[in-house]
Write a protein that binds this ligand. Structure first.
Ligand code: ADP
Ligand code: ZN
Length: 724
């Protein structure tokens, strides 16, 4: 009987996002399986593809499958379904969905160099005594003497004498054996006993336990330091007792050694870790530990939601409000959608944890779509920090531009007591604007629509959108006067300033620039924890998930900058950022203080942060969202049209808008086209259309139709991004 395979080829082009049928030659019939990768001819090019189906008839002439690439399927039933689900949710190509789910080594078409890492061992072919009798050379005897345990690393034996090893191999007294080794290991730590949960924690724990085996969603809303992580640990223990697997998702930057250590102390040798700090080889190894059932818990960032467990007992999403859970490149999936789907398929509960849940999650919890589990108190009896708002307009009059008098005094006081201080300034670099006071010239990015940021450490100007860099002259490049002025403050300038004002304090900075080297992020955290520094300053990187008991003061500079961004989420983002940053304070025995510097001390969002009142924030913001028709009352799709050619993109966007007007429901709101916030990035013009809808049966098909229509225009691309 004949056999045919439906193959999804991976070509970076939406036009060919469909399966093609290939004939399976006899010698491949036993090897080929759904979910494996194969090599096929597409046109006259050899490409890789995923086998999505097998059948025994086909009406047309087809080419042969050339090769089957995998021993085992790399996409199981669940993953195949998950990919189709992601495609429906994001309207991206199916092959890009499968690709995004797999580690680099297993993606189709990427001619990858990621391989298993193997080391060579040597083994004796006979008893040690017998062999010893047979050799006369003393070097060879020395080598054989290494084998009292039966085997030795080849590299170790080579250190004695590589030529003697060769001889022994030739004489067949030794044999080589290649063995796979994993590239990544979590340090082995003293095993730790579980903590006794307090009443609130116990309540939350029991509720979720009741739901094990079902696919309910829980919202664990716990103030910073309330012991959410302790609840996760208890739940995973329960799940492991039942012999099932667990996934714990954390935002990339809070995936610190601190966090992984806590888990590995409870579940030694049972954890795989997946995040962008690992090399491709390490990720491949971690992935295979899961496939081989050698570990049963996976901790990781977004990509860990695809950890190939087949017996899931629970999925936990920590810091569920984090925006890093949304993938910014195509396919622009929401991790939450993926997790809900997996929980449905495998019938296990989903726990969302946060001190500042998204409006969407809280709204669902208040409608009882999620079960609400509050933790109102800090676990170790620490109090929430006292929070002060300082009016900077008063301070500026007194020439205190950077640090207010309150904050400066507080820092001095804490330093004197040998306590630690954290300072948040959510802007990196040194100066944000460089302007000539003589002629008014300002350095701007030639490709984008913004000013260049000066980075003093690297002595250059950088565009924070496209990465363009430029050497800075001492003279103004326009009028040749020595009159360039540096305005606006980023973390680099703040670091300098703090070192000047507090000359005896040890200051360390943590932002994207100071942590580019592998391991730097971890090192700064460890050193600060060991009190090798007194002040840690940085961007939002310092606001997440860290636990430093000796930090008693948190300063927040320029709280307004994130409030003033024109985006419907800026209130929500600001509330979360400032609350999380504040939450770093006073986690130990000494109560903490938070000082927030702002030009809008009456701002309602800041007041909510000050009073630790999520509830007031929620009520206030929900009213605004309702009035302005934003999520969670309306869903949004943002269409972005891009082109290097202004005329084409402007025309295409206009046509798209009128097509949408005609096709979509009357209730649906279509805004635009307008030029995007970042109108020009890297020489590419951006236009946007925003669609706001509640229920629109026609939406998905209309968007698909529009997509295939825009595809015909070679000059313009269209991006679709679903927000909720
Ligand atoms: P969250 O994840 O909510 O920020 P953590 O789980 O990190 O909170 O807990 C904050 C601190 O309180 C940690 O130092 C933790 O060890 C401690 N802690 C948590 N739960 C308990 C408990 N039941 N008993 C004693 N200490 C606890
Ligand atoms: Zn640029």
């Amino acid at each position: 009987m004949k056999m045919y395979a439906d193959v999804l080829v991976e070509i970076k082009n939406k036009h060919v996002d469909k399966t093609f049928t290939y004939h399976v030659p006899d010698d491949l019939k036993t090897k080929i399986m759904v979910g494996k990768r194969v090599l096929v001819l597409f046109g006259n090019k050899e490409v890789e593809g995923y086998v999505l189906g097998l059948k025994d008839t086909c009406d047309i002439e087809t080419k042969d499958v050339l090769e089957v690439l995998d021993e085992e399927p790399i996409l199981n039933e669940e993953m195949l379904e998950l990919g189709r689900f992601m495609q429906e949710k994001t309207l991206s190509s199916l092959s890009s969905c499968y690709s995004t789910m797999l580690p680099k080594a297993l993606k189709a078409s990427k001619k990858t160099t990621v391989k298993k890492k193997e080391v060579l061992y040597l083994k004796l072919t006979d008893d040690l005594e017998n062999l010893m009798l047979k050799v006369s050379s003393s070097t060879q005897k020395d080598i054989l003497a290494l084998f009292s345990d039966g085997e030795v690393l080849k590299s170790r034996a080579n250190q004695v004498s590589a030529s003697a090893v060769k001889t022994l191999l030739k004489k067949e007294m030794l044999v080589e054996e290649a063995r796979e080794v994993y590239r990544y290991h979590i340090e082995n730590l003293q095993k730790e006993k579980p903590k006794t949960l307090n009443d609130e924690q116990k309540m939350a724990f029991q509720k979720v336990c009741e739901g094990l085996g079902s696919n309910k969603t829980y919202l664990l809303h716990g103030v910073t330091g309330s012991g959410k992580t302790e609840v996760y640990l208890a739940l995973i223990r329960e799940v492991r007792k039942q012999g099932k697997d667990a996934i714990v998702l954390v935002p990339e930057i809070s995936l610190t050694p601190q966090f992984v250590e806590r888990f590995s102390k409870r579940f030694p040798e049972d954890i795989a870790v997946l995040h962008s700090g690992l090399s491709d080889g390490e990720k491949y190894d971690e992935y295979r530990k899961i496939l081989r059932h050698e570990v049963h818990i996976c901790i990781g960032a977004r990509s860990a939601s695809f950890a190939p467990f087949t017996n899931l007992g629970i999925i936990i999403m920590d810091e569920e409000h984090s925006e890093s859970y949304k993938q910014e490149n195509n396919p622009k999936y929401h991790t939450l959608d993926i997790l809900k789907k997996r929980c449905e398929i495998q019938s296990c509960p989903l726990v969302l944890g946060s001190a500042t849940p998204t409006l969407d999650s809280m709204a669902r919890a208040s409608k009882h779509l999620y079960e609400y589990l509050p933790l109102k108190k800090r676990a170790n009896k620490a109090l929430l920090p006292t929070c002060l708002l300082v009016d900077m307009s008063e301070e500026v009059k007194e020439r205190h531009h950077i640090l207010s008098r309150e904050l400066e005094c507080a820092i001095i006081e804490k330093l004197n007591k040998n306590e630690q201080v954290m300072i948040l300034l959510n802007r990196r670099g040194h100066s944000t604007t460089i302007t000539c006071s003589n002629c008014g010239f300002t350095y701007r990015c030639p490709h984008c629509d913004i000013t260049l940021t000066y980075h003093k450490t690297t002595k250059n100007l950088r565009c924070h959108y496209c990465g363009y860099t430029k050497y800075i002259d001492e003279l103004c490049p326009k009028c040749m006067e020595k009159s360039l002025n540096y305005y606006g403050m980023g973390t680099e300038k703040l670091e300098e300033y703090l070192e000047n004002v507090f000359p005896t304090a040890r200051v360390v900075r943590m932002d994207r620039d100071s942590t580019t080297n592998k391991g730097m992020h971890e090192k700064i955290i460890k050193d600060f924890q060991d009190h090798k520094y007194d002040i840690l300053l940085g961007t939002q990187m310092i606001s997440k998930g860290l636990d430093f008991p000796n930090v008693t003061l948190v300063g927040i500079l320029d709280a307004d900058s994130s409030l003033n961004i024109p985006d419907y989420k800026s209130n929500e983002r600001t509330f979360a950022l400032l609350s999380q940053a504040s939450g770093r304070g006073g986690r130990g025995k000494v109560p903490g203080t938070v000082i927030i510097q702002t030009f809008q001390p009456e701002n309602y969002i800041l007041k909510c942060v000050q009073n630790h009142s999520y509830a007031s924030f929620f009520q206030y913001e929900m009213k605004i969202r309702k009035t302005l028709k934003y999520p969670p009352f309306y869903y949004l799709v943002l269409l972005t049209f891009k082109s290097k050619d202004y005329q084409s993109v402007s025309k295409e966007a206009k046509q798209a808008a009128s097509f949408l007007e005609k096709s979509l429901d009357k209730e649906t709101i279509i805004l635009g086209p307008t030029t995007a916030n970042m109108f020009l990035v890297n020489g590419v013009y951006h236009f946007e259309i925003l669609i706001k809808y509640r229920f629109d049966d026609k939406l998905i098909n209309t968007l698909k139709e529009l997509d295939s229509y825009v595809l015909l225009n070679k000059k313009v691309t269209m991006d679709m991004d679903f927000h909720y």
